[in-house]
Design a protein around this ligand. Structure first.
Ligand SMILES: Nc1ncnc2c1ncn2[C@@H]1O[C@H](COP(=O)(O)OP(=O)(O)O)[C@@H](O)[C@H]1O
Ligand SMILES: [Mg+2]
Length: 253
């Protein structure tokens, strides 16, 4: 079934010390679908997103409760390997953050260091990941140039290629276009459309038009609580909660 939940949170709460950032959130992320997480600044979008691939583990102050299921397995269970979790569930950040390495090395560093790729297989992986990220044609003649030599939009697609090179299953993106110009943003949005045929995608965005354009499902958070979740069309045109309506029509936030 194409519409199964790949990832699921059940009554998840997350706190930084005494600050509650996420309260009792239950959400299902469906296979080969794009789910957008929207809501005002500080409502917990990034915190929730980072919990989905155990990126919050790096912060000793974070306390997480509730259940996370990834393909039916407990994401935080004793048998779950956080490194493997982050390989299967990749992440792309707000600001493009290539390594200070060549374009090709940016793509292969992760899989090489994790023993997932032989040196002899590297050129093929570089090409396939860059092709999937829609960057190959622009960089194929300059693979040894520094990742920093690329434009901001190209750097972000390089970061997407770097995530894809790990052969993930789910891709999490945290406001991936907020540092980009409109043309680069449109390229990434087109790319997400292609990528969802192979991956399950979760995107945090504060850009309402972007959420409406790219996502199949939308989750609206406010003050750490899930106010509404549904098909994107419904959430934007016929929200069932007054607060959602106020937010998506721009009357607040
Ligand atoms: N590393 C942190 N330490 C302490 N508090 C944090 C940290 N990161 C976020 N917070 C707090 O958690 C809440 C949610 O933040 P965040 O998830 O970044 O929201 P959003 O991504 O929606 O802007 C905010 O109150 C924020 O101040
Ligand atoms: Mg954020």
């Amino acid at each position: 079934m194409v519409t199964d939940a790949v990832l699921e949170t059940q009554s998840v709460s997350i706190a930084y010390g005494d600050t509650k950032a996420i309260r009792n959130v239950s959400l299902r992320f469906l296979e080969n679908r794009i789910t957008a997480i929207i809501g005002p600044s500080g409502c917990g979008k990034s915190t929730l997103l980072r919990s989905l691939n155990r990126m919050n583990d790096f912060n000793a102050d974070v306390r997480t409760s509730g259940r996370f299921l990834y393909r039916g397995e407990d994401l935080y269970g004793p048998d779950a390997d956080p490194v493997e979790v982050r390989r299967r569930i990749g992440m792309v950040f707000q600001k493009p953050n290539p390594f200070p390495r060549s374009i090709a090395q940016n793509v292969t560093w992760g899989p090489l260091i994790n023993g997932l790729l032989l040196k002899s297989e590297a050129p093929a992986r570089v090409e396939s990941a860059l092709r999937m990220a829609g960057l190959w044609d622009e960089v194929k003649d300059r693979l040894d140039d520094s990742g920093f030599s690329l434009s901001g939009g190209q750097q972000q697609r390089l970061c997407i290629a770097r995530a894809l090179a790990m052969e993930p299953d789910v891709i999490l993106l945290d406001e991936p276009c907020s540092a980009l110009d409109p043309v680069s943003t449109a390229r990434i949005e087109d790319l997400l459309f292609e990528l969802k045929t192979r991956y399950t995608i979760v995107i945090v965005t504060h850009n309402m038009q972007q959420a409406a354009r790219v996502s199949d499902y939308t989750a609206f958070l406010e003050a750490g609580q899930l106010i509404e979740f549904g098909e994107t069309d419904q959430v934007f045109t016929r929200p069932s909660e007054k607060r959602t309506e106020e937010y998506v029509t721009g009357r607040f936030g």
